[in-house]
Ligand binder design. Structure first.
Ligand code: GBH
Length: 476
C-alpha cells in the first residue's frame, strides 16, 4: 500500500533527472515583444467567455523578462533539469500555410540565452517544441485540420534543432496531442475553440504526422540530440466488470491512448477506433507512407499523469454524469461515446476536482515499458493544484501538494522496481501560471506567484522537492 512505501526511504537510480516543467504561453507574457506574433491562445484568451475571469497570458509570470531570476531559483532548489516549451510564433513569426518565413533572431536569442543560463547553472534543458500555442496565421488556414500545418511544424523543428541542438540534449516534439485535437477541435474548451468531431480526428492525424516530420528534422539538424514525444495517457478503469462497462473503457482507451500510442510505437491506427468513428470520418487524410513517418524511432517517451479515469456505460435512466467537466449539454471531447459516462468520484480531490490515485502512474509506466521494451521513460508532468496562499510568516504551507508528490514519486519508484526504465521526473509546475481555461484561478506551482507583484515564493513543496533531489530519494 501507499503507507507501507512511505514508511521507508525510497532511493532512486544514480543519475535520475529531477526536473520541473512549464509551457511558454502559461508563463512567458511579453506577447507583443521580441517580434512574436499572436498564437491561437492569444486569440482564444482575448475572446470574452472563453477563459475564467477573462484572464489572458499577456503578462502571465513575466518569465520572458525574469528568466534569469527563475533559473537562479531553480538552481537554489537543486533542479537537475528544466522542461520548458518554445513559442513557435517567436521563432518564425511570419509562418503561413505555404512556408515558415524568415527566422526571427530575437526569438532564437531568447531561448538561446535561457539554455545558456540553465547550462551555466548545471541544469539540463529539456525542450518541448509544441505546447499548444499554434501561430494564429496557421489556424486561419485550417490549423491542425490542414496537412500543411504538420509540414510547417517539421520545418520549424529543423530551425530550432539547428539553433539549439548543440546544447539541448532532449527535444520533445508535442505535448499532449490529445488535448490539442479533442479539447481544441471537439469540445472547444481549449484554443482554437472549435466543436467539430471530424476536424478533431483530422487534427489527431496531422499532429501525429507533425511529430514524425519533426523527429526526422531534429535528427537531420542535430544528430546528437535525443527525440521524444509526451502523451497524457489515461489510466482507464471500468466501474464494474460488466461487458458494457468494459466496452466503455475500450473506447476511451482507444481515443485517448491508442490513437496516439499505436501509430507512434507500432505504425498503425487501432482498427476498433477507425470502425467506431466511421460515421464521422473515413480517415482518408491518412496518406500512404504517413504511418512510417509517424513511427520514426524514439529515444525516450514522456508521460504526463494527473488523475485516474473511471468510466461506465450510460443506461439513459437518469441524466448523464460527466465528472470530466463536460456536462450540461456542452460539446464533448469523446467522439462516438454517447453512451459512455464518467461517474462522479468520491474521496479527496485537487482544486481541479480531479481525484487522486497514484497507482495509475505506476500502471501507465509499466504499460509503455511492456509495449516498447527498453524505451527510456520520463514522467514529463505530474503535480496538483491547490488554493495556496502566502501566510503572515511569509511561508506557503502546501502539505496537500507534498502528499500528492510523495505518493506519486512512490508510484514512480514502484514502476522502476518492476522494471520500467524511468530516467526523469518533472513536477508540474515550477511556477503558478496561466492554467488555460481556468486562467490564474488554479495554482499548480511549487513556487507561488503573487500576481499583483509577480513575486516568487517557494512553497513547502519546493523545499520538500529540494530535499528529494539532495538525497536522490523520497525521505520516509
Ligand atoms: C497538462 O494538461 C498540461 O500539459 C499543462 O499545460 C497543464 O497546465 C496541466 O496539465 C494542468 O492542467 O479535460 O475535462 O476532459 C493536462 C490536461 C487534464 C486533460 C485532465 C484531460 C481530463 C478532464 N488534462 N483532463 S477534461
Amino acid at each position: 500500500t501507499q503507507d507501507a512505501t512511505a514508511a521507508e526511504t525510497l532511493q532512486f537510480p544514480p543519475g535520475f533527472l529531477w526536473g520541473s516543467a512549464t509551457a511558454s504561453y502559461q508563463i512567458e507574457g511579453a506577447v507583443a515583444e521580441g517580434g512574436r506574433t499572436p498564437s491561437i491562445w492569444d486569440t482564444y484568451s482575448h475572446t470574452p467567455g472563453r477563459v475564467q475571469g477573462g484572464d489572458t497570458g499577456d503578462v502571465a509570470d513575466d518569465h520572458y523578462h525574469r528568466f534569469r531570476d527563475d533559473v537562479a531559483l531553480m538552481a537554489e532548489l537543486g533542479l537537475t533539469s528544466y522542461r520548458f516549451s518554445i513559442s513557435w510564433s517567436r521563432i518564425t513569426p511570419q509562418v503561413g500555410p505555404d512556408g515558415i518565413g524568415p527566422v526571427n533572431a530575437e526569438g532564437i536569442a531568447f531561448y538561446s540565452d535561457l539554455v545558456d543560463a540553465l547550462l551555466e547553472a548545471g541544469i539540463q534543458p529539456s525542450v518541448t517544441l509544441y505546447h499548444w500555442d499554434l501561430p494564429q496565421a496557421l489556424e486561419d488556414a485550417g490549423g491542425w485540420t490542414s496537412r500543411r500545418t504538420a509540414e510547417r511544424f517539421g520545418e520549424y523543428a529543423a530551425v530550432v534543432a539547428a539553433a539549439l541542438g548543440d546544447r539541448v540534449p532532449m527535444f520533445i516534439t508535442l505535448n499532449e496531442p490529445w488535448c490539442s485535437a479533442f479539447l481544441g477541435y471537439a469540445s472547444g474548451v481549449h484554443a482554437p475553440g472549435r466543436t467539430e468531431d471530424a476536424a478533431a480526428l483530422t487534427a489527431v492525424h496531422h499532429l501525429n504526422l507533425a511529430h514524425g516530420l519533426a523527429a526526422a528534422a531534429i535528427r537531420a539538424a542535430a544528430p546528437t540530440a535525443r527525440v521524444a514525444i509526451t502523451l497524457n495517457l489515461a489510466w482507464v478503469l471500468p466501474e464494474s466488470d460488466s461487458p458494457r462497462d468494459a466496452d466503455a473503457a475500450r473506447r476511451v482507451d482507444g481515443l485517448q491512448n491508442r490513437l496516439f500510442l499505436d501509430p507512434v510505437l507500432h505504425g498503425r491506427y487501432p482498427q476498433d477506433v477507425l470502425d467506431d468513428t466511421a460515421g464521422v470520418t473515413d480517415w482518408s487524410f491518412v496518406l500512404p507512407g504517413d504511418l512510417e513517418v509517424i513511427a520514426a524511432p524514439l529515444d525516450a517517451f514522456g508521460l504526463n499523469y494527473y488523475s485516474p479515469t473511471i468510466v461506465r456505460y450510460w443506461t439513459r435512466e437518469r441524466p448523464k454524469e460527466q465528472a470530466d467537466g463536460h456536462g450540461d449539454g456542452a460539446a464533448s471531447p469523446w467522439i462516438a461515446c454517447e453512451d459512455v459516462e464518467f461517474p462522479v468520484q468520491h474521496g479527496t480531490k485537487t482544486d481541479m476536482g480531479w481525484s487522486i490515485d497514484p497507482r495509475g502512474l505506476t500502471e501507465l509506466l509499466l504499460r509503455v515499458a511492456a509495449e516498447r521494451p527498453g524505451l527510456e521513460l520520463m514522467v514529463t508532468e505530474n503535480g496538483a493544484a491547490f488554493p495556496d496562499e502566502v501566510g503572515a510568516d511569509g511561508r506557503v504551507v502546501d502539505t496537500d501538494r507534498i502528499d500528492y508528490l510523495r505518493t506519486h514519486l512512490a508510484a514512480v519508484h514502484r514502476a522502476i522496481g518492476e522494471g520500467a526504465p524511468v530516467t526523469a521526473y518533472f513536477v508540474w509546475s515550477f511556477l503558478d501560471n496561466f492554467e488555460w481555461a481556468w486562467g490564474y484561478a488554479k495554482r499548480f506551482g511549487i513556487v507561488h506567484v503573487d500576481y499583483a507583484t509577480l513575486a516568487r515564493t517557494p512553497k513547502g513543496s519546493a523545499l520538500f522537492y529540494a530535499d528529494v533531489i539532495r538525497g536522490n530519494a523520497v525521505p520516509a
